[in-house]
Write a protein that binds this ligand. Structure first.
Ligand code: HEM
Length: 438
């Protein structure tokens, strides 16, 4: 049967990004919007919690469309993160009040999303164009809701959105690859993999923009706490009670691009198998995705193996195209590790050093960062060792090229192009590894 993207809530133009998100809810929900749009100011004036406590309990049945529900979830998520973290890690709350918790729970249930800020909220559904006729580029984009962190928070969410946009051709190639494998069409699988590898390169290029738009100290010292959850978080050891929803507190992980469906799709398509502990974390992250996106990942995993097909066909051009996808995915993960070093590991070391010398001052943004986040993030294991394990398993999927055979079956220009691209990708990952990982 032909593999179609229609049933997965993804589009040929926007991939996993929610197309044209709404920026307004029906007027009945104005009390939510009035607060959600001012969350940052209300946090700075330490008044957000009192505004939320006075908010009316609204009926969610007036929310009808998927886009209305997504906007409502985003607004309620931003309020929740602000409510919990308004006073930093030392004065958190045990309970989310019923007038926020009940509608949040209902909207979450209808969407199949957890009641916490996810990648699907903050990135996929949190954008609008300044000039509606203008291009989809960062200068013409704005967030619908923001959190403390000024231009850096805008940059963090929008650059991540650009990575999602760069990956649209990845999503478009998936059905072509799957159908091609099923019908034994080597030529179409090869071409689709060549496009896919180019799109992965585009994702890495988009990720590089993080440095231009986000300041590491602001990310580490201000933004990160508002993305944090209440699972494996020592400053909220028993999670959060959602008043009027359940008598026991619940635990949820914070927002992270580990919840983006992109890399999960690439992994399943290329046949990358993760090690038990990191694999368990990544599978858990699938519960933080819109259910249709999670289903796409699962359905890819149920299809016959692309890697086995590539090995069976013994076509050098096909093998080279597969190999290029694997190498470029490896380069993306390596680059991501350098980003994490710059935005988390280095500022964390600085914060620790300042603390040890007892010279932490309010002026130093990193000194104000929550200590509880220094060692958490991934179910207890260190962030970098988790990311390196995931990276190493990506390397394992490689199908090295047999050089002599490849010269025979590819024409000269094709061969040179593939060789050059593969060498470039290899060089990038070698350099990155040498520079920052060892
Ligand atoms: C300043 C920028 C970024 C930082 C500091 C950062 C940090 C992290 C951290 C700490 C993790 C570990 C898992 C967790 O704690 O949730 C992670 C995982 C991950 N991040 Fe990022 N990230 C950034 C940008 C991005 C972007 C733009 C993407 C692209 C969509 C991305 C994709 C991923 C993926 C896919 C994982 C799961 C591990 C993997 O599959 O390799 N990250 N990130």
């Amino acid at each position: 049967m032909h593999f179609s993207l229609d049933q997965y809530h993804v589009s040929e133009e926007f991939g996993f990004i929610l197309p044209a998100p709404l920026a307004e809810l029906p007027p009945y929900y104005q009390p939510w919007m009035d607060i959600a749009l001012r969350v940052t100011d209300l946090i700075y004036s330490h008044t957000l919690r009192s505004y939320i406590l006075k908010m009316p309990l609204l009926n969610t049945q007036l929310l009808k469309s998927h886009r209305e529900l997504r906007l409502a979830h985003l607004a309620l998520s931003v309020m929740t993160m602000g409510y919990v973290w308004q006073e930093g890690e030392n004065d958190t709350v045990k309970m989310l009040p019923r007038n926020l918790a009940i509608p949040y729970w209902e909207v979450s249930q209808r969407l199949g999303l957890p009641p916490i800020l996810t990648h699907a909220d903050a990135v996929l559904a949190n954008w609008k164009k300044r000039d509606p006729q203008g291009p989809f580029d960062i200068e013409n984009l704005e967030l619908i809701f923001t959190l403390p962190g000024g231009d850096s928070v805008r940059g963090f969410f929008l650059v991540t959105l650009l990575v999602e946009l760069a990956a649209v051709p990845v999503i478009k190639s998936i059905p072509v690859v799957i159908d091609g494998v099923q019908c034994g069409n080597t030529e179409s699988v090869t071409r689709a993999l060549e496009e896919l590898s180019q799109a992965i390169q585009g994702m890495t290029d988009a990720l590089k923009k993080m440095h231009a738009y986000v300041e590491p100290e602001v990310f580490y010292g201000i933004i990160r706490i508002y993305l944090s959850g209440w699972k494996d978080n020592s400053c909220m050891p028993s999670g959060l009670m959602y008043e009027g929803v359940q008598a026991e507190p619940m635990e949820y992980s914070g927002g992270s691009a580990a919840q983006s469906s992109l890399l999960h799709c690439c992994d399943e398509l290329l046949g990358i198998k993760h090690e038990a502990k990191s694999g368990a974390f990544l599978s858990r992250m699938r519960n933080y995705m819109p259910p249709a996106h999670k289903r796409l990942i699962q359905d890819i995993s149920l299809r016959p193996s692309l890697r086995v097909f590539v090995q069976q066909q013994a076509s050098e051009r096909l093998t080279a195209a597969f190999q290029l996808c694997a190498t470029r995915l490896l380069a993306f993960r390596n680059y991501h590790i350098t980003v994490v070093s710059r935005f988390i590991t280095i500022p964390a070391a600085r914060a620790r050093a300042l603390r040890n010398q007892d010279i932490s001052s309010k002026q130093e943004m990193v000194s104000n960062a929550p200590k509880a986040l220094e060692e958490t993030g991934t179910g207890g294991s260190g962030i970098l060792s988790f990311l390196k394990t995931v990276r190493d398993r990506t390397r394992d999927v490689s199908l090295p090229l047999n050089n002599r055979a490849s010269k025979k079956s590819l024409n000269g220009a094709q061969h040179q192009k593939m060789q050059h691209a593969a060498q470039q990708a290899q060089l990038t990952s070698n350099t990155l590894q040498r520079d920052c990982l060892n």
